[in-house]
Design a protein around this ligand. Structure first.
Ligand code: ARG
Length: 441
């Protein structure tokens, strides 16, 4: 087995292969801006602890090493099921809650504590301190003692306790056990505990470590990002979004509705966590509250000053005077805060993507994908061009059906299969005058 040092070396190498140091530093800075205990809440399911303990511990230790301390909450459902079955303790579920008799509670405490110790020790083996909080982190009240027994709903989190652990340089590791008034220990539903923790901590990132690597689309592929403001209704209306996914999406929406607009949820595997956190493209599914993307068909609807500012900031160049006046606008897609935009013009019967701009602060938020998808839905046949230094070229190459390089331009197209039309469009696109001052010769 790989030693701890080797394992962490691998993570660093992985990161440096996929990304430049700038990107990593940007995210490190961003995640360190808030109070130390507000970086992230990480929820780890029981199955991950069972199957991926080492990787999980290595990832958490890595975060700690770069100066970030997550607050970890773990489950233990599958382990408890096994234990109950082996000890022949009867347990039933009502409304998704495990009815908790004194025997079940004793078993839950034993199992969750054992899981907790395992994770704490695995992290310590990586040379990083962790501190188990198996009880006492959550206050709770009975939901319905007659019906569910010792099942509680969290009412509060002892942030002072958690913060003092973070300040001492250890990673706090919490379980889903709470304490009801009078000191009675109660079992809690993991989603409810996560909600309470997120509500109290108000972290920048909410992370779910799962085996699947993210939320999956109908083809079983990981969905890169979801912008709830623009995608939620539509996703919920899709028939391939099955009930498990609906529940997860609803749960995530509840978490984000209770958080600041800057907070995002990432769903990823333990070994992809560093890549998810420290690169723009990530590795997993990122969900944010997001922004509505507006579609305008008249220039008069667009705040032209803000649009120009966005484009100039994104390209680092100055637009030529009267840039927009030369375009016959088909659609402009603009996010609520003018941090992402696409401008599609009509040109001799072709749809031409004239500008696609994402502000630096909105990179990695899934904006590019959202704006792009909206645009393609309206303009399935599209042409555009870019210079070789355009940072979106890799994205364009993936999205385009074809491309051709001529001189300083690469012309891309999508959805057009008629060769003559492509040739015609090529000519028109390459002859267009530059739209930035810096490119005029
Ligand atoms: N590193 C950024 C973050 O964690 C962006 C991650 C993007 N992830 C994705 N699956 N699209 O906030």
């Amino acid at each position: 087995m790989a030693s701890n040092r080797e394992m962490r070396q691998t993570i660093v190498q992985l990161l440096s292969n996929v990304s430049d140091g700038n990107e990593i530093r940007t995210y490190l800075r961003r995640f360190s801006e808030v109070d130390k205990s507000r970086f992230a809440v990480i929820k780890i399911g029981g199955a991950i602890l069972r199957d991926r303990l080492e990787e999980t511990a290595a990832s958490l230790a890595f975060l700690h090493e770069v100066g970030l301390t997550p607050i970890v909450l773990h489950g233990g459902g599958p382990q408890l099921d096994v234990h109950l079955a082996m000890s022949e303790i009867e347990s039933e579920k009502i409304d998704g809650l495990r009815v908790t008799t004194p025997k079940v509670l004793d078993a839950a405490r034993a199992v969750f504590t054992a899981q907790n110790i395992e994770l704490v020790e695995a992290i310590r083996k990586q040379g990083v301190d962790a501190h188990g909080l198996t009880q006492g982190a959550f206050d709770a009240r009975y939901i319905d003692q007659e019906k569910y027994g010792f099942v509680g709903e969290p009412t509060d989190v002892h942030l002072d306790l958690i913060r003092s652990i973070v300040d001492s340089g250890a990673i706090p590791i919490l379980t889903c056990l709470g304490v009801a008034p009078g000191g009675q220990l109660v079992n809690m539903n993991a989603d409810a505990a996560t909600r309470q923790l997120v509500h109290s901590v108000q972290p920048m990132k909410i992370i779910f470590l799962v085996d699947s690597g993210g939320l999956l689309d109908q083809g079983g592929h990981v969905i890169d990002s979801i912008n709830l403001a623009s995608d939620y209704e539509e996703l919920m209306a899709q028939n391939w979004v099955h009930s498990g996914m609906r529940l997860k999406l609803n749960e995530i929406k509840r978490l984000l509705d209770d958080s600041s607009p800057m907070t995002s949820v990432s769903i990823t595997t333990p070994s992809a966590l560093a890549r998810e956190l420290f690169t723009h493209t990530g590795a997993g599914t990122m969900v944010r509250k997001g922004e509505v993307i507006h579609r305008y068909s008249e220039w008069s609807q667009v705040d032209q000053r803000r649009l120009a500012e966005l484009i100039e900031a994104a390209f680092g160049k100055t637009l030529v005077a009267g840039w927009h006046g030369q375009l016959s606008l088909l659609s402009a897609y603009v996010s609520d805060t003018y941090r992402a935009a696409a401008v599609v013009a009509e040109m001799d019967g072709f749809s031409y993507l004239d500008k696609f701009a994402i502000h630096e602060t909105a990179r990695g938020e899934g904006f590019a994908r959202t704006v792009w998808d909206h645009m393609i839905r309206d303009s399935p046949k599209l042409f555009w061009r870019s210079r070789s230094d355009n940072s979106f070229n890799a994205f364009y190459e993936k999205e385009a059906d074809g491309l051709m390089r001529t001189g300083q331009w690469t012309v891309f197209w999508k959805g057009e299969h008629d060769f003559d039309r492509i040739a015609m469009a090529m000519k028109i696109m390459t002859d267009l005058p530059p739209s930035f001052e810096e490119d005029l010769t």
